[in-house]
Design a protein around this ligand. Structure first.
Ligand code: AMP
Length: 399
């Protein structure tokens, strides 16, 4: 049973075909620069290697057409006929308040996703285009939407309502939604499997630390709070995003510093975070190197990143009643940077958290990094959002 997973962005499209009997990735690819000159499709068949096509693909329809042709290509493809694809799982960033689970896509779902465009103006429109084009090109194959926000729909009102005029929530839907839900859900389930414990009986804090970063508190197997908010700009400091700051800074930038609203948005999303503080890079490998070489602002950027993560972990431990059962690190930084993991948990013994420095050397694979005596188990668990999307896709169809 083969499931095609699609993550459609405004000028790029990522995909994987996963064999759901073995969970093996049969092929994966990325189409870049859709709608621009020199578009390029890089396709990798897991057994037969890489295949690159360059050209001018002026729209998503032409691009997806080529992807489907490639999937059934005699040499590099994985199916003889595209109808061998059992279902298509689409990553959709925003499912608003309506979707707390993945859903079979029909016109009603699509029109609700259109309504959600105002909540995710950058991400939802290309997600919708990807769904529409795939539905047109594969009319006999069911399409499923898997939302980044769905896992967080269990967050209670006390955590998702902002302390602002309540009518702004009622009239405009301004509330915390949270993101990275597919990743937090995947690593939490994986932890349950690794520990052979029921996650419904556990208190877990999941730290997804990638270029975008968020922390999630999971109690009884469901999300009860997360650091991202109305948009993915909120929460801890990130590669280029500011995370939580005094909201008056936005208006100050516009009224006193001469920024337009668009420029203010751009600086907080693309020029802030560890890039903004360090002036070096948004990539932790570069910043860690610069800090080791004595760059003070690189060190400050890292210290701020760790400081905010520590504070968020402690806050979630408090909300969950003290000592938690497990902390998970995932995504690019969480999976690879032993420096970050150690620094984030420094001085957290008061919460029963104790790291073993040798175990912490793990990179990119599942590993326990807590000391034998640590009350809290700390794990590195590589995320796999595509597999989670494929699993959810199948669940919706087989339900
Ligand atoms: P992601 O968004 O999950 O793909 O994570 C990407 C980020 O992970 C990069 O921007 C780097 O900051 C970080 N990263 C990847 N590998 C390493 C590494 N070996 N050490 C530190 N950070 C890393």
């Amino acid at each position: 049973m083969k499931v095609l997973v699609i993550n459609c962005g405004s000028s790029s499209l990522k995909y994987q075909v996963i064999n759901m009997n073995t969970y093996e990735v049969m092929c994966q690819g990325i189409f870049e620069r859709i709608g621009l000159e020199d578009s390029v499709l890089t396709h990798k068949n897991s057994l037969k290697g890489k295949y690159v096509v360059k050209g001018n693909f002026s729209n998503h329809k032409d691009a997806i057409n080529l992807v489907l042709e490639t999937l059934s290509d005699k040499k590099y493809g994985v199916v003889n006929d595209i109808n061998e694809i059992y279902a298509v799982g689409h990553r959709v960033v925003h499912g608003g308040e309506k979707y707390s689970k993945s859903v079979l896509i029909d016109e009603e779902v699509l029109s609700y996703l259109e309504e959600c465009v105002k909540l995710a103006p950058i991400h939802n429109p290309p997600n919708i285009i990807g769904i529409r084009v795939c539905s047109e090109l594969m009319p006999n194959i069911p399409m499923i939407a898997v939302f980044d926000t769905a896992f967080h729909q269990t967050i209670p009102e006390v955590a998702y309502i902002y302390p602002i005029e309540y009518s702004l929530y009622e009239n405009y839907g301004i509330r915390k939604y949270g993101f990275h839900g597919t990743s937090h859900k995947y690593v939490t389930q994986k932890l349950g499997e690794v520990l052979n414990r029921d996650i419904k009986e556990m208190k877990i804090i999941s730290c997804h630390l990638g270029n975008g970063a968020s922390i999630c508190a999971i109690k009884g197997g469901v999300s009860i709070d997360t650091s991202m908010g109305f948009t993915p700009l909120a929460g801890i400091a990130m590669g280029t995003r500011s995370g939580n700051i005094d909201p008056s800074i936005s208006t100050f930038l516009i009224e006193e510093c001469g920024y337009t609203a668009e420029e203010a948005n751009e600086t907080l999303n693309k020029k802030s975070g560890v890039l903004g503080i360090s002036g070096v890079s948004s990539d932790f490998r570069d910043i860690e190197k610069a800090a080791l070489e004595g760059n003070k602002r690189a060190k400050l950027a890292l210290d701020i990143f760790y400081y905010r993560i520590r504070g968020q972990i402690a806050a979630y431990a408090a909300h969950m009643g003290g000592v938690v059962d497990a902390i998970i690190f995932t995504a690019g930084i969480g999976e690879n940077s032993s420096i970050t993991r150690k620094a984030c948990l420094e001085g957290m013994n008061f919460l029963g958290i104790d790291i073993d420095n040798n175990r912490n050397n793990v990179r990119g694979e599942i590993g326990e990094i807590s000391a034998e005596a640590s009350k809290v188990k700390v794990f590195v668990i590589p995320t796999n959002e595509e597999l989670m999307i494929a699993k959810e896709t199948l669940e919706v169809i087989l339900a």
